[in-house]
Design a protein around this ligand. Structure first.
Ligand SMILES: [Zn+2]
Length: 211
């Protein structure tokens, strides 16, 4: 508590004590019996009314001083300051979040610029076994060896052989073809015949060629 505040509180206490003492004296009733005494009492009462009016005025001024004084308002000021900082911190975190989001948007736009949507495809699965490939064996149309989860068979008129193809976020290589693989059809090479059965047939899968 600084000197200014102590001085202020002393003044407030002095005013309250003074007012209490004066109020006590003023409100003492004199005993009156005669007209002169009654008139004197009226005179005294009028003086006391005036003094009481002054006390009321002082009480009002004190209340106003308390209401307007920094000492009383410090708590409120601190709270407002805290709220200001909370708002500011929240703004900063939101600004940082926006910067991060803008970076992500820029990255996605860059990626989108590097890939071309081909269409929605029906996707089936096959494996390097003889049942799936017959006399072709495990060689692809490009002459490479079938690689599960990498090799896909495509219609070369829709997806050129050698293309890097993105399906469900994974990259595959269009290196094989198939008799039944026409138009928006892809046959995806997996590890085993059992896996091919398990994965079954997928419909309306978005397919992209990645540059
Ligand atoms: Zn098979």
């Amino acid at each position: 508590m600084n000197i200014h505040k102590r001085k202020f509180i002393s003044i407030i206490l002095f005013i309250i004590i003074s007012v209490t003492i004066v109020y006590g004296i003023v409100t003492q009733n004199a005993r009156a019996n005669t007209i002169v005494e009654y008139e004197a009492q009226i005179e005294t009462n009028n003086n006391q009314i005036n003094v009481l009016e002054e006390i009321k005025s002082q009480l009002h001024i004190t209340a106003e001083l308390l209401r307007n004084n920094d000492y009383i308002n410090n708590g409120l000021t601190d709270m407002l300051s805290q709220k200001w900082h909370e708002c500011n911190d929240y703004q900063n975190s939101k600004n940082n979040e926006n910067v991060e989001l803008q970076t992500k948007i820029a990255e996605l736009k860059k990626q989108q610029g590097k890939k071309r949507f081909v269409g929605n495809f029906k996707i089936t699965h096959y494996c390097p076994c003889t049942t799936c490939n017959g006399s072709w064996g495990s060689k692809t149309a490009l002459g490479t060896t079938m690689t599960p989860h990498r090799t896909i068979a495509v219609d070369p008129r829709v997806i050129p052989l050698g293309s890097r193809v993105e399906i469900n976020g994974q990259i595959y290589i269009a290196e094989d073809t198939g008799g039944a693989i026409k138009g928006n059809r892809i046959d995806m090479c997996v590890s085993s015949h059992a896996e091919a059965y398990r994965r079954g047939v997928l419909h309306n899968v978005p397919v992209y060629i990645v540059k």
